[in-house]
Design a protein around this ligand. Structure first.
Ligand code: PYC
Length: 309
């Protein structure tokens, strides 16, 4: 199986160029569902140790159903599929440029939650116009064991997020283990208390937000991803959800720059335009670098050929 690895603002993406499972034909959403339901072993084998680790997001290239898209893509992590993925879309664009498959300019990419477009600025920088993002519920209180009540907004940015107003702990890299533990407790409490996104969708990403460390920036976050790893990047879909909340509160005007820091100090630049359905259309700009070109081998005799789960 041929792969190319990259990282976007520190967050890894593994693009699978060939050798993935046969998902049949039809709408991309259906093929994505088949990947999740019937090929969990494949996803874990590609991402987890001993070939990888739990922070990697997989980007499986598939034929698009819409002819003007350069590719279809299904993003997944060890816990299942992602709807959209900001960092992985920037990583994918840089990977395709590295392979000589795309040139600077605008390209459309089909994801299971809609078509996004990506503009390749250079060999290491791209911007993504994300799917329409919106706040679903404001000031939702969840009781968390040992922490008490935590208030946050529920918003969609291509995935579902619970965004706290403040972080219970300073957003500093030395607190990553504790931030991971707290965010996991919040996610568990949301599930136990039946607090969901629209149509009962599970809120699988927790975003602790706070003020920027560098006064040149506008916000900082810690994002817990569904597999239990934290996002090294400022999380493209998570920051889309964040600026959707700011827009609704009248705190960020269309076209205004929002510079978002991650927990490891990496950066994205975002702006938005109003969407057609009352939400916003975010544009996320970031940098990515290719880190490896490889062929993954799966020896049938290897007891860990499906990953260490
Ligand atoms: O950048 O959207 C993102 C993302 C989601 C999960 C990991 N990264």
């Amino acid at each position: 199986m041929r792969i190319i690895d990259s990282h976007t603002a520190g967050e890894p993406t593994r693009t699978i160029l060939e050798g993935g499972p046969d998902l049949g034909s039809g709408p991309l959403q259906d093929r994505a569902r088949r990947l999740e339901q019937a090929h969990g072993d494949f996803c874990k084998a590609v991402l987890l140790e001993p070939r990888g680790h739990d922070a990697i997001v997989g980007a499986l290239l598939v034929p698009p159903s819409t002819p003007d898209c350069i590719t279809g893509v299904i993003y997944f992590n060890p816990a299942g599929n992602l709807g959209m993925c900001g960092h992985a879309t920037i990583g994918l664009a840089i990977t395709l440029a590295h392979m000589g498959r795309i040139q600077p300019g605008l390209h459309r990419i089909e994801t299971p939650v809609g078509i996004v477009s990506v503009t390749l600025h250079s060999m290491n920088e791209a911007c993504v116009v994300n799917v329409e993002s919106y706040r679903y519920r404001k000031d939702v209180r969840v009781m968390v064991d040992g922490l008490g009540p935590i208030t946050g907004d529920i918003a969609w940015g291509g995935n579902w997020f619970f965004l706290t107003k403040d972080s219970p702990l300073p957003l500093e890299a030395r607190h990553i283990a504790e931030l991971t533990r707290l965010s996991t407790q919040i996610r568990t409490a949301l599930i136990e208390q039946g607090i969901t996104g629209k149509d009962g969708c599970e809120i699988d990403h927790i975003e602790l937000t706070g003020p920027a460390k560098d006064p040149a920036n506008h916000g900082r976050n810690f994002v817990l991803c569904p597999g239990g790893a934290y996002d090294r990047s400022p999380c493209g879909t998570g920051t889309s959800a964040k600026i959707a909340c700011l827009a609704e509160d009248g705190q960020l005007a269309p076209g205004t720059l929002w510079q978002q820091e991650s927990i490891i100090d990496s950066l994205y630049q975002l702006r938005y335009e109003p969407g057609k359905n009352g939400g916003i259309i975010p544009t996320i700009t970031g940098k990515a670098y290719v880190t490896a070109e490889a062929t993954l081998l799966f020896n049938p005799d290897d007891p860990y050929k499906n990953g260490i789960c």
